[in-house]
Ligand binder design. Structure first.
Ligand code: PLP
Length: 379
């Protein structure tokens, strides 16, 4: 076989993306909240069974909207995993909140619900679990602790669209949840996101904050005869061309998820024996979680082994990448008091984790090449 070059991610067209973008242009409505935004909202609302979906320009912006909606004030505390993307934390820090970093479970790499209650103080204003790799956090325990202390939960579901916990869609547990449609996600429009609102209290204000603090959405529905500045806000709505692209992708969700499922299981099947022999841990998905098939990772025995594996694959033209660095040990995290040893599992895992090429149109011959590259590595 000739040498292949296999990227970590490759976005692909799966349905009517280009047709819908052209239609948005032909219709003369390429700003936000046009026909395709409405259709995408409807599709997601019906499919997930959530009260309200609002497309945003990114998951980062949806998280910022959540922080505004919760009216966080300087000094308020927000519990977030240290093992996450910076936006999970930054959105709240932008409002002056103080992040309290939670460690993760060693199996699913999700916020450790057994250590959550100890982090709650009278200043805790939000708990933000992240469903890492689209595998659910332990939502029964997290929701029970949050309810006992009267603290709202915002799910960062950037990875987990269409994943489930005990038969219920991720993103439907918290008062709000956020989605990402960035290029690396299962469904994309390049850059994009969504805020899912599950609690009626936030519904109207979410529309206002997304529309520069105006009641323009009500105006367009004919509920008020002029629109005006009514609250704080920003511009969080994406172009209808992007909504068209995203709708084209989401309409093909069954096909996309079925293929991603096959790719995930092919990795799992083919690497199981090698992993045992080489002290490598493959992803763990509890039986009560239906994962979203967002990622396939390996946990190598050490940082050195992980770096050697990256180089070994790169020499074969295969791109593999590590993931989050512990946020509590970042420059900004240390300014909030983070120090080594605060989140020992996060510190250990982040050195050893490696993500493999995983995207919808990864061809079988390409996946076989990745797998054979891995099988020639021993640690
Ligand atoms: C857990 C998590 N939250 C939020 C984000 C931010 O998403 P976006 O790029 O759509 O702003 C990411 C990005 O990958 C992420 O991994």
């Amino acid at each position: 076989m000739s040498q292949l070059t296999i990227p970590f991610n490759r976005p692909s067209l799966v349905g009517n993306e280009q047709r819908y973008m052209a239609e948005a242009i032909a219709r003369g409505h390429i700003s936000g909240d046009g026909e395709f935004t409405k259709r995408t909202h409807k599709l997601l609302q019906e499919c997930l069974g959530v009260r309200k979906v609002l497309l945003t320009t990114s998951c980062t912006h949806a998280l910022e909207m959540a922080a505004l909606l919760l009216e966080l004030q300087p000094g308020d505390e927000v519990i977030v995993p240290s093992f996450t993307f910076v936006s999970t934390v930054n959105a709240f820090v932008l409002r002056g909140a103080h992040p309290v970093f939670a460690d993760i479970r060693s199996d699913t790499l999700n916020m450790d619900e057994a250590r959550l209650e100890a982090l709650i103080t009278p200043r805790t204003r939000a708990i933000v679990p992240v469903h890492y790799a689209g595998v659910s956090c332990e939502m029964d325990a997290i929701m029970a602790i949050a309810a006992a202390h009267g603290v709202p939960v915002v799910e960062d579901n950037a990875h987990g669209l269409f994943g489930k916990y005990k038969g219920r869609f991720l993103g439907t547990f918290g008062v709000m949840a956020t989605q990402s449609f960035h290029e690396t996600k299962n469904f994309t429009c390049g850059e994009g996101g969504a805020l899912l609102v599950n609690d009626a209290r936030y519904e109207e204000r979410a529309e206002i904050i997304r529309e520069k603090g105006t009641n323009r959405s009500r105006f367009f529905r004919g509920q008020v005869d002029k629109y005006t500045w009514v609250d704080v806000g920003s511009s969080y709505l994406p172009s209808d061309m992007l909504a068209g692209f995203l709708l084209g992708q989401l309409e093909m969700r069954d096909q996309v998820q079925a293929r991603r499922r096959e790719i995930w299981h092919e990795y799992f099947r083919s690497l199981t024996d090698w992993a045992v022999a080489n002290h490598v841990r493959l992803p763990i998905v509890p039986d009560h979680c239906e994962q979203a098939y967002h990622m396939f990772y390996l946990l190598l025995p050490s940082l050195e082994a992980r770096q050697q594996m990256i180089a070994h694959l790169k020499a074969r033209g295969i791109m593999s990448v590590f993931h989050y660095l512990p946020l509590h040990l970042s420059d900004e995290g240390r300014r909030f008091g983070g120090k080594p040893g605060d989140c020992p599992i996060t510190e250990d895992i982040s050195d050893r984790l490696l993500r493999l090429p995983f995207f919808y149109d990864l061809r079988p011959v390409e996946q076989a090449f990745v797998i054979s590259g891995i099988l020639t590595f021993s640690s």
